[in-house]
Design a protein around this ligand. Structure first.
Ligand code: NAP
Length: 493
């Protein structure tokens, strides 16, 4: 059994309490590793180590910083299969998806390294002769990166990449369910020779260690991907010292299938959009609105495809692995139970697969006869459960899609360009996919409307969230205009 340490100030260390926590493989329910249970003291040490390294790191030319980041990407590439297997072991996604996530994680680092020569400011004319106004982008300082369990690798590099290129220093705290991928990535940065203290990692509970990282005065930016509820706690805890925030929170993506959509394509995409990563993706289709004229064809085809999905050991050729944990599995069960009590009709699923007695598996589940205001349509399920609602007009589809406190991703399948563009304009979501489901690209900003978050990641817009704007006023006249200075005279302005 491997016991992993934490990385603080360039050293691999134990928790100051000596306590460790088990990491459980969700497909076998067996403990697969131990990690340190950090204390608040450890969190403070990590922040101090980051702060101490900040000046030197920020003074490096961005292109020098990029060399470390690119080297770390190369180190990840060398062990990519191992990283993918670690990811599947701790999180449960099929190996195929883990390999793809690792490649995406490496791509994050390479993409953000490209910004080293593009940290652009502005030069503007002054209102006075021989003066100028420069707007610069400078590093923020200590960045705290809190990552979720559903993409334990990609969420780390999506945050660490832009932070390091910007000249910031970082403390990462991964999800307690899936800390191993983050540890393995930090090992790659160590092998890349990253200066001590620039990147630190603590493993421990969000409610103690995470809270300390967020509320500590050293922290200049908190970048967190996770649930809306925790996002709200972070907003409260960071308000004392006014830390900047990038919050990527929950979603409840509507998937609209209009009557003229290509049926097979819409079904294939809807299936993947819901059941990819066993339904545990923030941009997963969480509710399907189908044109009533197509419903009699779409619904049976969708149910048939859901039934055909192969569940099982994610290191074998399957489509869906387990839910990440027992408690998450129980959340899915409660959603379905409540829906059935509220009058929903179960079209398939609704149970743990009897042929998989070990592991946190849940069958692909499709519900009908659900009301727009029901829990399963309004709250994020974050698992392989989807309600299908019929709509009789395009306006009704858009209205119901927008009737949500969330606003992350949305989907529209239609051959009518006019309707597609109407949806793109009127859907109150940070992403609208027309006739496609992903892949989300690095050059597109990933951002949420409403309670799906603040800020955003990827693209130049996301990158710049890791920098601080600053204005510099320069007088190069040699003969300053002194008319507004003391002492005031008749000719003062
Ligand atoms: P979570 O429970 O909100 O946790 C996210 C991270 O925050 C974890 O590292 C967690 O640590 C930490 N944390 C918890 N409480 C904290 C606190 N009070 N202060 C500071 N840190 C705290 O989210 P999750 O269950 O891991 O992930 C699933 C959620 O993430 C879903 O809602 C999903 O929609 C969302 N998500 C959003 C996006 C997006 O881009 N919008 C992407 C992926 C996932 P512990 O693990 O120790 O509690």
């Amino acid at each position: 059994m491997t016991e992993y340490k934490m990385y603080i100030g360039g050293e691999w260390v134990d928790s100051s309490s000596g306590a460790t926590t088990s990491v459980i493989n969700p497909s076998s329910e067996v403990v697969c590793a131990k990690v340190q249970s950090a204390t608040v003291e450890d969190a403070k040490k990590a922040l101090d180590a980051a702060q101490d390294s900040f000046d030197d790191w920020a003074k490096l030319a961005p292109i020098e910083r990029a060399r470390y980041v690119l080297k770390a990407a190369d180190e990840m590439e060398k062990v990519s299969e191992d990283l993918a297997r670690t990811l599947t072991m701790e999180q449960g996604k099929p190996l195929f998806e883990s390999r793809s996530e690792i490649q995406g994680s490496i791509a994050n680092l390479r993409y953000f390294a490209e910004f080293a020569r593009r940290i652009q400011g502005d030069v503007l004319p002054s209102d006075y002769p021989y003066r100028t106004v420069m707007i610069l982008r400078v590093p923020l300082g200590v960045v705290v990166a809190l990552t979720p369990w559903n993409f334990p690798s990609a969420m780390v590099t999506r945050k660490v990449g832009p932070a390091l290129i910007s000249g910031d220093v970082v403390v990462v705290k991964p999800s307690s369910y899936t800390p191993l991928s983050a540890i393995r990535i930090v090992q790659c940065f160590e092998r890349a020779g990253l200066p001590k203290g620039v990147l630190n990692l603590v493993t421990g509970s969000g409610s103690t260690v995470g809270r300390e990282l967020v509320s500590n005065n050293n922290t200049q930016l908190v970048t967190m991907t996770g649930s809306t509820e925790v996002g709200k706690e972070i907003m409260r805890d960071s308000s004392n010292h006014v830390a900047r925030l990038v919050l990527e929170l929950g979603g409840k993506a509507p998937f609209i299938v209009w009557g003229d959509a290509e049926l097979d394509w819409a079904v294939k995409n809807a299936i993947w959009a819901r059941f990819w990563n066993a339904g545990q993706t923030c941009i997963c289709a969480e509710r399907i609105y189908v044109d009533e004229r197509l419903a009699s064809k779409f619904i049976p085809a969708f149910v048939k495809a859901a039934k055909a999905l192969r569940l099982g050991d994610p290191t074998t050729q399957v489509d869906m692995g387990p839910q990440v944990s027992k408690s998450e599995l129980e959340v899915r069960e409660k959603f379905v139970q409540k829906s059935l009590e509220e009058g929903a009709k179960l079209l398939t699923g609704g149970a743990r697969p009897p042929y998989l007695p070990k592991g946190y598996y849940y069958e692909p589940t499709v519900l009908e006869n659900v009301a727009q205001d029901s829990t399963v349509v309004q709250e994020e399920v974050f698992g392989p459960v989807v309600p299908i609602l019929k709509v009789s007009s395009f306006e009704e589809a858009l209205e119901k899609a927008n009737d949500s406190k969330y606003g992350l991703a949305s989907y529209i399948f239609t051959k009518d360009l006019g309707l597609a563009m109407k949806a793109a304009n009127e859907l109150r979501f940070g992403e609208t996919y027309i006739n496609q489901v992903g892949p989300e690209l690095l050059q597109g900003i990933h951002t949420g409307f409403k309670q799906s978050g603040v800020g955003g990641e990827n693209s130049q817009y996301g990158f710049y969230n890791y920098t601080q704007l600053k204005t510099v006023y320069v007088d190069y006249s040699g003969k300053p205009d002194t008319t507004y200075l003391f002492p005031y005279t008749e000719s003062s302005r």
